[in-house]
Design a protein around this ligand. Structure first.
Ligand SMILES: Nc1ncnc2c1ncn2[C@@H]1O[C@H](COP(=O)(O)OP(=O)(O)OP(=O)(O)O)[C@@H](O)[C@H]1O
Ligand SMILES: [Mg+2]
Length: 282
């Protein structure tokens, strides 16, 4: 079964009703759409088969529907395509606990679309972490209440802002667009094959690479502090170029705790090189 524009219209309407309901009463969704009740019910049942909405039964409201995580992914991808940010959707590049990354095509080459995920355990961690300050700022900018915060969307905002602020300063994927919880950015790799992350690479000149990483980090830190800087968040192309990725927990460098976060980041990367390449601390 393929999703078409009628399914998208229904999915959008349910998404809109989520402003009022966590679980959208099916009857209400049916009245909001320009299709007959029968057609709407049929389209919703198809969306359910594709796992883009799930059903719930509530004592007071009867059957209700809710857009799933993959349902929101589909809306974002559809909109990226509609707005010309991408021309085609590719295949999954990586699935983590906090994000799903897929490749996509653009008019000029390839892109990576990172769809942020909500992770309960991680949320508890974030609330205790330095990055909470940045997320709080987004909550305030968006004018919403703290308990209404949509963490994947806030993380996408942070990542997009950091990538936009750092493009041209240090090598980061160029940001192409943001939609809901998804960020579309330059694809790092060859065609749709991603470059390796630093932890998977054996460097010939580790000391020079560490010096370059620290130099780049210092440049970036005039604007943004990464917050999860490690051998897992640096990509190395076949030509040996470095790209710094995963800025979703970054904070602007004038924020409280930015200095402590910076020290921790730099210590992390130094420790990695000291241990892996037996470099001397200096
Ligand atoms: N712009 C990009 N181009 C190509 N591949 C990418 C790009 N960004 C991320 N990736 C791939 O996706 C993986 C995960 O990306 P990232 O570190 O940004 O997400 P994450 O939230 O840390 O995911 P995880 O939950 O797995 O830790 C990277 O290790 C890399 O292999
Ligand atoms: Mg990562």
């Amino acid at each position: 079964m393929n999703i078409d524009k009628d399914h998208i219209a229904v999915l959008r309407a349910i998404e809109g009703l989520h402003r009022r309901y966590e679980y959208v009463p099916l009857d209400e969704a049916v009245t909001k759409l320009p299709f007959s009740a029968k057609t709407t019910r049929f389209l919703i049942s198809e969306l359910n088969k594709m796992e883009y909405v799930s059903f719930f039964t509530h004592r007071d409201t009867g059957v209700a529907v809710k857009v799933t995580e993959t349902g929101f992914d589909v809306l974002s991808l559809w909109d990226f395509k509609k707005h010309g940010v991408i021309t085609n959707i590719g295949s999954p590049v990586g699935t983590g606990k906090e994000s799903v990354i897929i490749s996509a095509e653009t008019k000029n080459g390839f892109a990576a679309v990172k769809m942020h995920r909500y992770n309960q355990k991680e949320f508890v961690k974030i609330k205790r972490s330095f990055s909470w300050t940045a997320i709080k700022k987004i909550i305030d900018d968006l004018g919403i209440r703290e308990h209404e915060i949509n963490v994947p969307r806030a993380k996408a905002q942070t990542e997009f802002r950091a990538l936009s602020g750092l493009s041209g300063t240090i090598p980061v994927p160029e940001p192409y667009g943001i939609n809901r919880h998804a960020v579309c950015m330059q694809f790092i790799g060859k065609k749709s094959l991603p470059a390796k992350i630093l932890v998977k690479v054996v460097l010939k000149e580790p000391k020079d690479v560490l010096d370059l990483i620290i130099e780049d980090y210092e440049k970036a830190a005039e604007k943004w502090v990464h917050g999860d800087f490690s051998e897992f968040n640096i990509m190395v192309t076949d030509e040996g170029e470095l790209y710094y990725i995963d800025w979703s927990q970054a904070i602007p460098s004038n924020y409280e705790n930015a200095d402590r976060m910076k020290e921790r980041d730099l210590q992390n990367i130094r420790n990695y090189f000291l241990k892996k390449y037996k470099l001397k601390d200096q």
